[in-house]
Design a protein around this ligand. Structure first.
Ligand code: UDP
Length: 238
């Protein structure tokens, strides 16, 4: 079998996948399928850390428009990401693979605090490490978290799993003339204003020379295919 292209990666999973076919909450079959894909990726010999979103439950901007302050709404969103991590940790361990959820917040009854040291240790033990709580700060996203954590732990790439197979000039589901990129630079991604990831995430990836691979997770096994270099996605790299 081909050697994996990357030895250590951070995979960004949006909260919306956790809802599966629904618009809200957690869909267990979908979470189980993602768990299987992550285990298969780990079995390639790649160290896998996962940053999980929370959009299937709370987005700070949305709840803050309904009465709470933005920082409070964002805190709710970050707590939602911890819940997704716990669901994924349970799904991975139920399949017999070791995982470990870490949180950006101190919550000792729930899971261990994220530190670089703990992440290195659990990755070296062969665990799939699930990073919850975003950056721990309001006004950021879990896309930015994924790049930040990848830079902190010396990952070789960020794999951004989406529901489209790369970066397009416009939303291909709404605009049939949208063109897909095979490759573009971080600067082009920022200047193009492509919605697939926020500009803060691209800017930090540019500064830290981290490639981002944008790909669709709709097909089971797509994470493994990207890691083997046979997948279909857009590479954003300097
Ligand atoms: N969030 C935050 N700071 C962070 C990461 C996330 O405040 O560092 C909050 C923010 O309110 C966001 C929510 O958590 O709307 C869920 O994260 P995100 O929208 O990135 O999740 P996704 O869309 O990937 O499911």
């Amino acid at each position: 079998m081909a050697e994996p292209v990357y030895r250590r990666v951070v995979i960004k999973l949006s909260g919306e996948y956790f809802a599966g076919p629904h618009s809200f909450g957690m869909d267990q079959p979908t979470i189980d399928r993602i768990a299987g894909d992550l285990i298969a990726a780990r079995q390639l010999g790649v160290e896998v850390a996962v940053v999980v979103g929370g959009g299937n439950m709370v987005r700070g901007v949305e709840v803050s428009s309904r009465g709470v302050s933005r920082p409070t709404g964002d805190t709710m969103g970050m707590l939602a990401t911890v819940m997704n991590c716990l669901a994924l940790e349970a799904a991975i361990e139920r399949r017999g693979a070791p995982a470990r959820a870490l949180s950006a917040f101190v919550m000792p009854q729930v899971c261990e605090l994220y530190t670089r040291g703990a992440t290195h240790k659990y990755l070296a033990e062969g665990r799939i490490v699930l990073l919850g709580g975003g950056t721990g700060n309001p006004f950021f996203t879990t896309d930015t978290t994924a790049v930040l954590r990848a830079a902190e732990i010396g990952a070789h790439a960020v794999l951004k799993a989406t529901n489209v197979d790369g970066v397009y000039t416009a939303d291909p589901k709404k605009d049939p003339s949208a063109k897909r990129f095979d490759r573009l630079t971080h600067s082009q991604a920022i200047e193009g204003g492509y919605k697939v990831m926020d500009a803060t995430a691209f800017a930090l990836a540019r500064e830290t020379s981290l490639p981002i691979i944008v790909f669709s997770i709709a097909e089971p096994g797509s994470i493994g295919a990207i890691l083997r270099g046979t997948g279909h996605g857009t590479i954003v790299a300097g």
